[in-house]
Write a protein that binds this ligand. Structure first.
Ligand code: FAD
Ligand code: NAP
Ligand code: SF4
Length: 675
């Protein structure tokens, strides 16, 4: 592993010296609005500052009621509200870090009836039509930014970040798409960019010289009617002149139909856009999006593509990311796999933010792995995510742990999931847990299905069953035929699949199998240039907002796939809230047909026979892949109970419905922390 030297050299910002070059990007945690949430938030930030994140940016705080994300979301326009924040900067300063508060005005993205807009143009992702801001209201909003910055200074923050990207209010001023005004705030680009420039000037006037102002500038809007490169540069230069200390960069509006942070996006894709912009200004520039390892962060800095690297989700996954890298222990970093499952999906479901690979994120005061005073001897059966997390937490706490798996390696179903091209990130989770097992001395027994007799003879204080699931079979005439495969046959056993395929099941695995079987083979998940061609954008930003035509080859699948499910309604309702659209759009473009409300009848030489509303149809297919959910695998339970052994059951073995790696790791960690 390389050292993290570039992050360690102090950066000369004139009047403030950052300890290194990592910035923890803004994340709304939901704790801002939870009762007792500020204490939890203080612990959350403190742990990241202790882990050596140099400059932390908080989640977005609105400068006035209209700018809030939702009706009761956090704002700061009173001294009382600023007072409540004081414990946050203090917690960070106690560990030698810096913290800036993000000021976020959502504009037409506000999910409440008081939402305002530059013009009365409704966002495609919102149910609210915004009320148009009057000239006076615009001037007041500028003052509101300044007042909030002043209050943030009063609360003890080291700076503020002015959120000017991702399609929020400031972006709504700068883009033709959302600004059709003909007064002094619209029309020419000079007029459209007046608002952000006035905001930065007003904030600088309010806070004086020695306060960090980060401006988050949208480099690549990725929406029709977004900014051109020339406009972005013009604005960046004006923002510098208006008094910003640092320019952070944003990619893509929330309503853009191009993925910018999900695991399908290759690591570090957008650093070259930042590099192009960096030449235009003289203040430090930050890059962001899909930077999840020290190696990539270091490479970006070494190449001079950016002055600082912003990582947000990687600090959820591991609060000690920077410290571990500095110590040359990046193999111990719990890597963010860019799944969004416990962070953004939670946020958009009204839950507090956490992390699939690290259930302690956001729960630092609630879930702790405290050393045991009464070490015991435990067996954990199953080295899938549930067993891995339980075994490593138990061992970290000082228990003696043996972990069994029938397979020749650890990871359970994650070893199958990683075969889906964009899901290679799961390898990092398996690597992390593997190193944790070694670090804490877990005794690993692989390659043999353990039975109750063997477990009973070892004198364990308890056995943890993390034995996962068995795939559900399709129970109709012909389902024993050789051309009927399970998803495991396809992904792990690599059995041959024909040119015309039926996928049974429309859950997460059905979608993954359909994506796998229709993958055109350009490896776009690991190659930024191929990814840009597939999704239709230009990393060199030669077009307005960076948009280009999608390359046709990417929508030409190697085979015809049809998906089936028995229930009514559209496919994909169980997919991730913030990522499901990516899978749905991809399959649609690859011509995958989806048929719901079916009754399966039989399989024979003619193909799959099924009925819809009583009408029988036949689809001539050469292969049928069954992704019909799973049943818990608990065949050890009876033998162990009969032998009087204490059993705990977690993950898929406990409940196969609505199982995912998030729940498996969460249950493993919670059991491991309490035994
Ligand atoms: P498993 O992962 O099934 O592990 C159980 C282990 O127990 C196995 O390794 C098995 O060999 C072992 N075992 C069983 N019996 C014995 C025995 N008697 N002796 C020894 N060993 C035994 N989840 C997500 O959250 N996000 C995703 O994007 C995602 N994508 C997926 C894609 C695919 C293609 C698949 C197949 C799954 C995906 N999942 C995803 C689901 C996720 O992998 C599972 O929910 C998770 O692995 C369940 O964890 P577990 O530990 O309970 O069980
Ligand atoms: P699932 O999401 O429960 O879907 C199972 C599918 O099988 C459903 O479409 C169901 O639809 C169908 N089905 C159920 N019983 C059936 C039967 N007896 N005969 C025929 N069809 C049947 O399960 P999964 O797709 O196997 O995924 C397993 C878990 O892994 C899920 O909980 C999922 O969240 C997780 N996972 C997550 C992701 C992700 O990206 N987050 C990706 C992959 C997997 P009908 O009942 O309508 O037929
Ligand atoms: Fe990263 Fe997934 Fe954790 Fe979010 S939930 S921080 S995307 S690993």
């Amino acid at each position: 592993m390389q050292a993290f030297e570039h992050f360690l050299s102090p950066l000369n910002l004139g009047y403030v010296s950052l300890r290194n070059r990592s910035l923890m990007g803004s994340m709304h945690t939901g704790l801002e609005e939870t009762e007792g949430g500020f204490e939890r938030l203080a612990a959350f930030y403190a742990e990241r500052a202790k882990g050596e994140a140099a400059l932390i940016v908080t989640g977005g705080i609105a400068p006035n009621p209209a700018g809030r994300v939702f009706k009761d979301a956090a704002k700061m326009d009173t001294e009382e509200e600023a007072e409540a924040h004081k414990i946050l900067p203090k917690a960070v300063h106690d560990h030698g870090g810096l913290i800036a508060m993000q000021i976020l005005h959502t504009g037409r993205y506000g999910y409440h009836r008081d939402a305002v807009g530059v013009s009365e143009i409704q966002a495609p992702i919102n149910f609210v039509k915004p009320k148009k801001l009057s000239h006076e209201a615009i001037l007041q909003t500028i003052e509101d930014y300044a007042r909030t910055a002043k209050l943030a200074q009063y609360a003890g923050y080291d700076g503020v970040e002015i959120m000017g990207s991702e399609g929020y209010l400031i972006n709504q001023f700068t883009a033709q798409r959302t600004n059709n005004r003909d007064d002094e705030w619209g029309g020419t680009y000079e007029k459209r960019m007046r608002f952000p420039v006035e905001v930065v000037k007003a904030v600088r006037r309010a806070v004086g010289e020695k306060f960090i102002i980060i401006y988050r500038l949208s480099l690549l809007d990725l929406v029709e009617g977004g900014s051109s490169w020339e406009e972005v540069v013009l604005l960046g230069k004006a923002i510098e002149k208006a008094g910003a200390t640092i320019i952070n960069t944003g990619i893509g509006w929330h309503e853009a139909r191009i993925p910018t942070i999900y695991m399908v996006v290759p690591r570090g894709t957008f650093a070259e856009v930042t590099a192009k912009f960096k030449k235009e200004v003289s203040i430090p520039v930050v890059t962001s999006n899909r930077i999840n390892t020290p190696e990539i962060a270091e490479e970006i800095i070494a190449k001079g593509q950016a002055d600082l690297v912003s990582m947000a989700r990687p600090f959820l996954a591991d609060s000690f990311f920077v410290a571990k890298a500095r110590e040359g222990k990046s193999h111990f970093i719990n890597t963010c796999i860019a799944c969004n499952q416990a962070c953004l999906d939670n946020t958009f479901s009204g839950k507090t933010t956490s992390c699939l690979v690290n259930p302690r994120a956001g729960a630092e005061t609630l879930l702790n792995y405290v050393k045991t005073e009464n070490p015991k001897k435990y067996a954990v059966v199953g080295a899938g995510p549930a067993g891995l997390s339980c075994a490593s937490v138990l061992a970290e706490r000082g228990h003696k742990v043996t972990l069994y798996d029938a397979s020749d390696g650890i990871g359970g179903q994650l070893r199958i999931a990683r075969e889906i091209p964009s899901k290679r990130e799961f390898d990092e989770t398996v690597r992390y847990f593997g190193n944790m097992l070694k670090e804490y001395g877990v005794f690993l027994k692989l390659g043999k299905k353990v039975d109750a007799k063997e477990l009973s003879s070892e004198g364990y204080d308890a056995v943890i069953l993390a034995t996962g699931i068995t795939p559900r079979r399709l129970n109709i005439p012909g389902s024993e035929n050789a051309n009927v495969l399970s998803y495991i046959d396809v992904l792990r056993e690599r059995k041959k699949v024909g040119k015309n395929v039926a996928v049974i099941g429309g859950g997460g695995i059905g979608f993954d199998i359909a994506l796998y079987l229709t993958d055109p083979g350009f490896d776009s998940w690991k190659n930024p240039k191929e990814f840009a061609k597939e999704w239709g954008f230009d990393l060199n930003v030669g077009t307005r907002a960076g948009l280009t035509e999608k390359a046709k080859d990417y929508t030409t699948p190697p085979r015809k796939v049809t998906m089936f499910k028995r229930s009514n309604g559209k496919f994909g309702s169980s997919l991730g809230k913030t990522t499901g659209w990516i899978h749905k759009l991809t399959l649609q473009e690859r011509g995958v047909e989806q048929i719901s409300s079916v009754t399966y009848e039989k399989i024979d030489d003619k193909g799959l026979h099924y009925a819809v509303k009583g009408e029988t149809r036949v689809l001539p297919v050469d292969t049928i892949v069954v992704c019909a959910g799973q049943e818990p695998q608990r065949d050890l339970e009876k033998g162990l109970s009969d032998a009087g052994i204490t059993i705990h059951v977690i993950g898929g073995a406990k409940e196969a419905g609505e199982l995912d790696a998030k729940r498996a790791i969460y249950e493993g960690a919670h059991l491991g922390a309490t035994l």
